[in-house]
Design a protein around this ligand. Structure first.
Ligand SMILES: Nc1ncnc2c1ncn2[C@@H]1O[C@H](COP(=O)(O)OP(=O)(O)OP(=O)(O)O)[C@@H](O)[C@H]1O
Length: 324
């Protein structure tokens, strides 16, 4: 069982930017026939961060990852890994661990034996290291059970264990929770946080906003092969956030809130008030209403830039699908 880890996504982007870059993509483009799968993508991943590459299906995530791993040649642009130039690409890639497809294992062999088979093929991996990676992914005990008896989350964790075998500094995970049940998704999220705490740099692609918000320090949102929003998750979720206020007397509350200097906008939506105010002034809203004798039933944050941007992109694509 993977130990629960309290997410700490409070690292500021300023401190992250001071760390050395591990992965830098500059102007990446990939053209297939007359279609650009990736159109001028640039981003930098710094040592020790969990970087989310978020986008709907077909937005170019896998193609970008394939270019990072040298599996697909970019039409334009460059990839820099660990500051080593293209002539040292092999050395740079030996410091990367990646899982791009659900790995296949023998169902009747245990997790340990499956990894042993792969280790024998690769050579030079002592069984001590297999025990270590099984422990890292929380499969020490389950390592003795047949793979076929594993839950979906355990199967994926065994795949991740194999990517850790050579102790990579950068771990690239392409949609690691795709097809998992909610329990499996949670196990993988916890594992990502644990690997981050162990000092690994993680590049994670996903089409799930919620997943990226929970584990990533920074995120890039991809839309039709282009990065449309990039920043720290903390900044992007705080920016543009509004407050939902539910009270017994919305009309009176609207008057009171509109007269507060910290309030920029108030509107009624489904019987509640949606308030845009200066950051960190949520307590002042409640205090003013309570002081005026309005009964406050609920005050909570709603919406954020990250969510809005992602919903806009997925909503827009959804309507295209409907039109198509
Ligand atoms: N080998 C290829 N030949 C032609 N077109 C391709 C090829 N690989 C990807 N594409 C196209 O490039 C675009 C981006 O695909 P990509 O797989 O990178 O997106 P994605 O965001 O990873 O989505 P998914 O999660 O569905 O894989 C899509 O329109 C896809 O059809």
């Amino acid at each position: 069982m993977v130990q629960a880890v309290a997410p700490d996504r409070t690292r500021s982007s300023a401190s992250v930017a001071e760390r050395p870059p591990v992965l830098r993509a500059t102007g990446l483009r990939k053209r297939y026939g007359n279609h650009d799968a990736v159109r001028g993508v640039s981003f930098t991943v710094h040592a020790g961060e969990v970087y989310g590459f978020l986008g709907p299906n077909g937005s170019g995530k896998s193609t970008t990852i394939a270019m990072i791993l040298g599996l697909v040649e970019p039409t334009e642009g460059t990839i820099d890994l660990f500051g080593l130039g293209p002539e040292r690409r092999g050395e740079a890639l030996s410091r990367v661990g990646a899982i791009i497809e659900r790995p296949t294992f023998y169902p009747y062999l245990s997790g340990f034996d499956n990894l042993s088979v792969l280790a024998a093929l690769r050579g030079g991996i002592p069984s001590r290291r297999i025990h270590e990676v099984l422990e890292l992914v929380g499969l020490s005990e389950a390592g003795k059970k047949p793979f076929g008896k594993y839950s979906l989350g355990m199967k994926q964790r065994l795949g991740i264990a194999w990517t850790l075998i050579h102790d990579p500094e950068l771990i690239i995970l392409d949609e690691p929770t795709n097809g998992l049940d909610p329990a499996g998704m949670m196990e993988v999220r916890h594992l990502i946080l644990r690997l981050s705490e162990a000092g690994k740099t993680i590049f994670l692609s996903s089409h799930l906003l919620n997943e990226v918000e929970q584990v990533c320090d920074r995120v890039a949102i991809l839309r039709r092969g282009e990065v449309v929003l990039e920043g720290s998750v903390a900044e992007l979720t705080a920016r543009g956030q509004q407050t939902l206020v539910r009270v017994d007397d919305p009309l009176r509350a609207t008057d009171i809130l509109r007269n507060l200097p910290v309030v920029q906008h108030v509107e009624e939506r489904d019987g509640a008030l949606i308030v845009r105010a200066t950051d960190g002034e949520r307590a002042a809203l409640t205090a003013a209403l309570v002081q005026a004798g309005v009964a406050v039933e609920e005050v909570r944050p709603v919406g954020n830039t990250l969510e809005e941007a992602f919903l806009e992109i997925t909503g827009e694509l959804g309507s295209e699908v409907r039109r198509g």
